[in-house]
Design a protein around this ligand. Structure first.
Ligand code: AMP
Ligand code: TRP
Length: 329
């Protein structure tokens, strides 16, 4: 029996945060041990919104290096850049003949992103078709995603089923893999919101590449609550509870055990301890990141990943072309 295949994509935009690390990257690292995993830095998706070309190039390398620095191992999984494998753009075009404008324009992410813009590119509308192509090319069984991407995955499934009905069994119909609610890390400046890499307020998140003194000062400014007790109580004390969550995740402790580390400790000293825990978590990631960026290693890993991805996806693309009636030589 073939191993379960996993596919996920990460956009090269914003700064990967501690939230992404605990909510996504750590799951990726676990999954690579059990399944045949493909992870893709989706630079073509980024082009659906205006990008500065130099920054997009730099971010693509940065995100790939951070995925590796977080523990993805090229001997265990395949990491590559979407634009390095032309089959993604090709299948995406072919699926343009399958997906409906109606279903695309109903996507909530499309509506959100389109509503404040004077002009809306065709790419923004077609974004989920490219995502379907990413997944279906690899015959992925499982797709780790955040809750906000569920609707896109549902569309990928609909496209796969429609194609299979029209042309015969071709695509595996993928299932979402939404990790059991691990802890959600909230914004430091406003615990009502999640910590987000696309936030305009850098103080609201801890980026994986934040230097130690930046981590300390962001945490020193993080909102706490009235009272002076360090206690886990998300209703009454959302700020302190978020910091306890962060501390527990970084120290690998339960929240209860984390609470027990701070009897009678004031907020200022507590925040310093949280900063220590975060910096201890980020230190090895940042060290590995520097190593990957300063040697030719990243390039070699991405070249190897792109070759494997191209090999694996070629069979699906050829099958689709044949079934849709394209002339082969
Ligand atoms: P995003 O950065 O919103 O595109 O999310 C990418 C992935 O990181 C998704 O799987 C999210 O569930 C996860 N993630 C993002 N922010 C957080 C957060 N604050 N806490 C937990 N997981 C998060
Ligand atoms: N749309 C996803 C996001 O913004 C990124 C993505 C692109 C993706 N292609 C994918 C995720 C395929 C899972 C599978 O987070």
């Amino acid at each position: 029996m073939r191993m379960t295949r996993v596919f996920s994509g990460v956009q090269p935009s914003g700064n990967l945060t501690l939230g992404n690390y605990v909510g996504a990257l750590r799951q990726f690292v676990e999954l690579q041990h059990e399944h045949d995993c493909f992870f893709c830095v989706v630079d073509l998706h980024a082009l659906t919104l205006p990008q500065d070309p130099e920054q997009l190039r730099a971010k693509t390398a940065e995100v790939a290096a951070l995925l590796l620095a977080s523990g993805l191992d090229p001997a265990k999984m395949t990491l590559f850049v979407q634009s390095h494998v032309p089959a993604h753009a090709e299948l995406s075009w072919l699926l343009n003949g399958i997906a409906y404008v109606g279903e695309l324009s109903r996507m909530t992410q499309y509506k959100d992103k389109a509503k404040d813009r004077k002009t809306v590119t065709a790419g923004l509308l077609n974004y989920p078709i490219l995502m379907a192509a990413d997944i279906l090319l690899y015959q992925a069984d499982l797709v780790p995603i955040g809750a906000d991407q569920k609707q896109h995955l549902e569309l990928s499934r609909d496209v796969a089923i429609r194609f299979n009905n029209r042309f015969g069994d071709t695509f595996v119909v993928p299932e979402p893999y939404i990790p059991k609610v691990g802890a959600r890390v909230r914004a430091l400046t406003d615990p009502a919101k999640k910590m987000s890499k696309s936030s305009e307020v850098p103080d609201s998140y801890i980026a994986l590449l934040d230097p130690p003194d930046v981590v300390r000062s962001k945490l020193a400014r993080a909102v706490t609550d009235s009272g002076r007790e360090v206690r886990y109580d998300p209703k009454e004390k959302p700020g302190v509870s978020n910091l306890l969550t962060i501390y527990s995740l970084c120290r690998g402790k339960t929240v209860k055990a984390a609470e027990g580390d701070f009897p009678g400790v004031g907020y200022a000293a507590f925040k310093e301890a949280v900063a220590e825990a975060v910096n201890d978590t980020l230190r090895p990631i940042q060290a590995r990141y520097e190593e990957l960026m300063s040697t030719g290693e990243l390039r070699d890993i991405l070249a190897g990943g792109g070759r494997r991805a191209a090999e694996v996806s070629a069979a699906t693309l050829a099958d689709v072309k044949r079934k849709m009636g394209l002339l082969a030589l």
